[in-house]
Design a protein around this ligand. Structure first.
Ligand SMILES: Cc1cc2nc3c(=O)[nH]c(=O)nc-3n(C[C@H](O)[C@H](O)[C@H](O)COP(=O)(O)OP(=O)(O)OC[C@H]3O[C@@H](n4cnc5c(N)ncnc54)[C@H](O)[C@@H]3O)c2cc1C
Length: 214
């Protein structure tokens, strides 16, 4: 592997894919290893052109996830860190909250379950009566509702734009209209299967040489 890396190029990290996952990975690596050489390649002409650029633009609260699960934990920490990132980089966002509504009596038990889950997950939520819902959103008709104040909205393309800027500021290289050469793709596969066999690497370990497929 070492011989192959030497022959190919001299990057410490190569990341494949310029959606939110690849770009956030690149920026996080740059923060953790300020002297590392980082390369991110994206096959399209620009970043966030696939799922990231076409999603619903919601900053999720984490209300729905199984309490105690990694998803529940990451959704909440992600909600806060994304808001902090947007604030720092001047990306507009709006923590407008979300309404989850029941429109028929048979939906009430499900709404109760979601409310219990919010409590277990530590996600702030309040029960609202239909008239209280009307005050927030006059176009909604329901028989019961939950309001989740921590849900927000953001344009993830703009978030990606800020991440691109951060990676460039850190000295990382970004290439569009680019896919990794065949040998590195094989290396990425090998790296993935190696990663499956190891735990999370500690901060104090030597700089890892890895290829990430984001
Ligand atoms: C309908 C829908 C709505 C959603 N709404 C939300 C929401 O509101 N909020 C939220 O948080 N999440 C939402 N999600 C989930 C979220 O959009 C995804 O989890 C996220 O965008 C995934 O990002 P990604 O970087 O993994 O993928 P992508 O954004 O798809 O990025 C992958 C990138 O890799 C590139 N690539 C692929 N192969 C190669 C290669 N060989 N060489 C170089 N580049 C390559 C692609 O061109 C692409 O740019 C939604 C998902 C869907 C489907």
């Amino acid at each position: 592997m070492q011989r192959l890396l030497k022959r190919q190029s001299m990057y410490d990290f190569a990341i494949i894919g310029g959606g939110i996952v690849g770009l956030a990975t690149g920026a996080a690596l740059g923060r953790r290893y300020p002297f590392a050489r980082i390369l991110l390649v994206e096959k399209e002409v620009g970043f966030a052109q696939h799922q990231t650029g076409r999603n619903s633009g919601v900053i999720h609260s984490g209300i729905y996830y199984k309490p105690g699960s990694l998803k529940a934990e990451l959704a909440q920490t992600g909600n806060q860190s994304l808001r902090a990132f947007c604030y720092e980089y001047g990306v507009p966002f709006d923590v407008c909250g979300k309404l989850i509504v029941a429109t028929r009596p048979e939906e009430i038990p499900q709404l109760d379950k979601i409310f219990d889950r919010a409590f277990e997950n530590g996600v702030p939520a309040t029960r609202l009566r239909p008239e209280e819902v009307k005050e927030i959103e006059p176009h909604v008709s329901c028989i019961a509702a939950i309001r989740v104040p921590t849900t927000g909205i953001v344009d993830y393309r703009q978030v990606c734009h800020a991440l691109v800027h951060e990676i460039q500021q850190q000295g990382g290289e970004l290439k569009v209209r680019n896919t990794l050469p065949h040998q590195l793709r094989r290396l990425a596969q090998r790296s993935r299967s190696e990663a499956r066999g190891h735990g999370t690497e500690g901060h104090d370990r030597p700089l890892p040489r890895r290829v990430f497929r984001a």
